[in-house]
Design a protein around this ligand. Structure first.
Ligand SMILES: [Zn+2]
Ligand SMILES: [Zn+2]
Ligand SMILES: [Zn+2]
Ligand SMILES: [Zn+2]
Ligand SMILES: [Zn+2]
Ligand SMILES: [Zn+2]
Length: 387
């Protein structure tokens, strides 16, 4: 996608310390791969509107075009219709239809797909569309916030939270969980606590417990506090033997520890949610049916993005020097990827035109310049990457 043939031609690698254009392109390919991970299936050419409510896509809010009315535009629209505007990076959201040029954008039309309805009634807009995040309703990055903290996305409401505002004393070790549900969402869907039986230190036991659940019915090993789950599902099928047994009810019998905090979930936890008829009704009523779908996870989405490109093959010494540099955050890459392409091309053109060889420090200089410029730009939250 980057055509630099002409500008590349005159530059040749003369000795070990010099980076070839091929090296630079390899680095670019790697950046592109990372950008692709964040972009997932998102299309950078076509407005996604005709696809309807897309299960997951990269989204942006434009405060230049739609300062009052929260609205979201797709990746292609962010590039084509809102270039140079003040954009909030929203990372990815589920079940959203592109708003570009609709009634939320007085005086501007979509250059890519103008036949849109006035509004998309099923779109959900949280405070992120106004550039605010977390229970503290602050922007990100937050110039007034001196505490170093990570932003973690709740997989249900998709808002972003400071680690310190999830209601836990300290975050569990990164490698012990892959998804987080915020305190508000846990309160709203408090039956989920039944699945979150692990406290920090019993975490590794969970797999076994859940697996053997049906066999140990009646046993009550970790009785903490009876769940206050009340209502329809309790009495209905408890006594019906011929009905498919409900894992949730089994878990609830053993006691659920309801807490006032956010919750942390291991890889694959969604597969373990009960899918009996009663539970499916419950998910539907709470509008969280997506939880039973692995495809909904950001991980799955990113994987699809990664699979779109073949990873670049080998790096030489110059590349090692390059790769040791401070890696540009994925989202920043995504945000500035087009800038990077054209700026790098321009930068290298100068060398080509003057018949100059590009040295390692020239490349370093270029990338550090890029990073400095990126830091000045307001970006969205850094997605939580637990790898
Ligand atoms: Zn669009
Ligand atoms: Zn705009
Ligand atoms: Zn557009
Ligand atoms: Zn906060
Ligand atoms: Zn939430
Ligand atoms: Zn069930």
């Amino acid at each position: 996608m980057l055509n630099m043939e002409e500008s590349l031609a005159p530059v040749e690698k003369t000795n070990e310390d010099v980076l070839s254009m091929v090296d630079v392109l390899k680095e670019e390919a790697e950046l592109e791969e990372e950008a692709n991970a964040v972009l997932g299936d998102s299309d950078d050419q076509n407005c996604t509107y005709p696809m309807g409510y897309v299960s997951r896509q990269a989204l942006y809010a434009c405060s230049t075009c739609s300062p009052e009315n929260p609205a979201g535009v797709c990746l292609a629209c962010s590039l084509e219709c809102h270039e140079g505007h003040e954009l909030f990076e929203l990372y990815t959201k589920r079940n959203f239809r592109c708003d570009c040029g609709n009634s939320k954008f007085p005086g501007s039309t979509c250059k890519l797909y103008s036949e849109k309805d006035a509004s998309n009634s099923q779109n959900a807009y949280n405070q992120n569309f106004k550039g605010l995040y977390c229970t503290c309703h602050r922007p990100y990055p937050d110039m007034e916030d001196e505490i170093e903290d990570e932003m973690i996305q709740c997989v249900i409401c998709e808002d972003w939270y400071h680690g310190r505002h999830l209601g836990v004393d300290s975050l569990p070790p990164c490698e012990t969980y892959s998804e987080v549900v915020c305190a508000d969402c846990m309160k709203k869907h408090d039956f989920l606590w039944a699945y979150n039986v692990q406290s920090q230190d019993t975490k590794c036991m969970v797999k076994e417990e859940v697996k053997s659940e049906v066999d140990v019915e009646g046993a009550s090993p970790v009785k903490t506090q009876e769940t206050k789950e009340n209502g329809s599902d309790q009495g209905t099928s408890d006594d019906t033997d011929n009905k498919m047994s409900c894992l949730l009810k089994d878990l609830q019998k053993r006691g659920t520890s309801v807490q006032g905090s956010g919750s942390f979930w291991q890889d694959g936890w969604r597969n373990k949610l009960c899918k009996c008829a009663d539970c499916m009704v419950k998910y539907k009523a709470g509008e969280i049916e997506f939880l039973t779908d692995e495809v909904d996870t950001v991980h799955n989405y990113e994987q699809r993005g990664r699979n779109k490109t073949t990873p670049c093959s080998q790096y030489d010494k110059g590349m090692q020097a390059l790769s040791s540099m401070n890696r540009i955050q994925q989202v920043e890459v995504l945000h500035g990827f087009n800038d990077l392409k054209s700026e790098l091309t321009d930068y290298l053109k100068k060398f080509a035109e003057n018949g100059k060889v590009v040295r390692e420090e020239d490349i370093r200089e270029f990338f550090s310049g890029m990073e400095a410029r990126k830091r000045q730009r307001a970006t969205g939250p850094i997605p939580f990457m637990c790898k």
